[in-house]
Design a protein around this ligand. Sequence first.
Ligand SMILES: [Zn+2]
Length: 252
Amino acid sequence: MATDRLAILTYHSVDDSGSVVSTSPALFVKQMAVLAELGLRGISLAEAVRYRKREGAWPKNVVVMTFDDGYANVHEHALPALREFEFSATVFVVTGHVGLANDWAPPLERLGLQPLMTWSQIDDLVKAGLEIGAHTVTHPDLRRLDEQAVKREIADSRQSLEDKLQHRISTFAYPFGWHTEYARRIVGEAFDAACTTELRRASYESLEALPRLDTYYLQQPDDFRRAVMGKLDRYLAIRRWGRSVRAVFREK
Ligand SMILES: [Zn+2]
């Protein structure tokens, strides 16, 4: 059964710091329970995209959870919850920082420096049926790089994931959500789909720039429930407008 809207959720860090990129482990478990209660299944972005390519629309009764950056706490807290509910998800890894930290930008308030997953932890995710996607090598703002460097960031991140994991990597997320026409073209040649941080449910837009729902805005259980059911689309349009004038979110 197909539908014309898909909720692709954005998570970053699963921790108790309360930062703008954090979801607490307890809240994450609650959100998984809400999805299960609604009869929704968590699938990977690759699976959703395969379906859309085949059927021309999105699969019904599913959500896609994405985790940007590859924080070690995703392995620690999100993986057990995803397993419990038998959900898949997609984790976008910054390949030059595997086993290191999120030190590509000044530390975010409250979050600070956080360890990122090692290759062996990434392997655990793969074994649990999660999808690994690419999120560049060094997490740059792609708008500020020359074409050569953009190409390298995109191609090299995919290559090292494929070398390490020994399977095809088909999805990508733009660091900070920022992209250019050139970046979208290169990404389109290398991957089947890519995510931005544009705040809405996905519809029939180009697979190179899929919008997502940032769970930062959905911390109230009722908002979360309504957002994945598509009952918050108007509210999110207002948040989108509000967000465009608030620089803090550009740091994600
Ligand atoms: Zn990121």
